[in-house]
Design a protein. Sequence first.
Length: 397
Amino acid sequence: MTYDHQRMDRPGREKLGRVLMESGALSSDWASTFAAVDRAAFLPDLMWPYDMAARVSVTVDRREDPGAWLAAADSDVPIVTQWDDGAHPGPGPGTLSTSSSSMPSVVYALLQDLEVDDGMRVLDVGTGTGETAGALTHRLGPRNVTTIEVDESVSARARERLRRLNLDPEVIVGNGFEGHRGRAPYDRVLATVALRQLPMAWVRQTRPGGLILAPWGTVYGNVDAVVRLTVEDDSATGAFTRPVEFMKLRAQRGSPLPHTDYLSAGPLQDADETTSSLTEEEFVTGRFTDLPFVLGLRLPRCRHAVADKREGARPVWFYSLADMSWACVLFHDGDRARVWQWGPRRLWDEAVRAYEWWRDRGSPGLHRFGLTVSSSGQRVWLDNPSAESWPLGITPA
C-alpha cells in the first residue's frame, strides 16, 4: 500500500506549520508558500531522516513503511537524500551525506532573512531536492528564480519534481561557486550549501544594495554560521546571524585528515609535553555553540577534532594545514590537562591565545562578528568593519 501525500489527511504537516509560525521561523508573508509547496513532493522514496535523539541517520522507505516516510517528511528534521555523491545507493546510510532536504525551520528562516519583494531576481545555489527553488518560484515567479546544482542527476530529479508541480524556475547544472551570469545582476543570492570562501563571482553578479545569504565557516571544524552580506560595488560586508550545519560546497569539502601521517612525521615520543590549566568545561563545548566558530576565526589553517570521552578523559587534536605540526590536549577529570605539541607551529599555544582573546573581549557570540569579501580576500571583524579586524588565513596580531 502507498499513500498519496497530496490527497491524504496531513495532521503532521499542519502541526509543523503551526510550530514554525510559533517559533518565528515561518513569517506570515511566507505562510501561503509553505501551504502550497509541500516538502513531501520533493523527497525520494528511499531517504534517511536524522534522528535528533540518537544523532544518526535512519533508513525510511516509502514503499515499505509509508506512514513512517510521511511522518519524517512532516517533521522538522534534516533528511539525507544522497550519500557519497550517488555512489552509495543504500538501503543503509553511506559514509558522507552529499545531498539533503534541510530542516523546514532553517529553510524558512533563511527565506525570511532574504527579505525578497515582488519582481526581485534570486540566484539559489545548491538546488538539492528543489524545495527551496520551488518556494522562491511560488513567491517570485519562474522568470525571477535561477537555481544551480553541480550534480547532474540531483538537478535532473529536482527539475522533474518542480515541473510536476507547475513550478518552473531556470534550473542550471554547474559549479555554484561561479554563480550564473545568465540572469545577473541578481537582487538576492541564497546558498543552501556551506562555504569556506565566499566567491567574488556572487558579489559581481549581485546589484549594489543587494543581499547575499550563505552558510559560512572555517576549516577549523564543521560549525558554520549564516552570514548576511550587503553588496557595495566590488565588495560585500555583513554580520553573522545564527549557527547552522550545512553540507559543504563540493569544491570546498576538504580532504580527510591523515592522522597517522601527522604522527609518523612527528611521533608522540618526540613531542614537547607540558600541562595546561585550561579546563574541558572552558574549552570543549557542545554542538551549536559559538566558541568553536570563534576559534576558527582566530586559528588560521588549523583543523581540530574532539574525541569521545572515556573513563574521564577526552583528547582534543589540532592539525596544521600549512605543515605537519600537530597538538593534542588530554583533558582528564580532576587533573590538569596534559599537552603534547610537535612541529614549527605550537597549535595548542595558538588555541590558548585565541581563547584568551575571546574571553578578554567578554566572550562575544557569533552575532558580534562579521565578514567582508573583496577582491583582496576575506576579512573578519568584531562589532563593525572599521573596528578590530583581520584577514583570514593569517595569524591575527
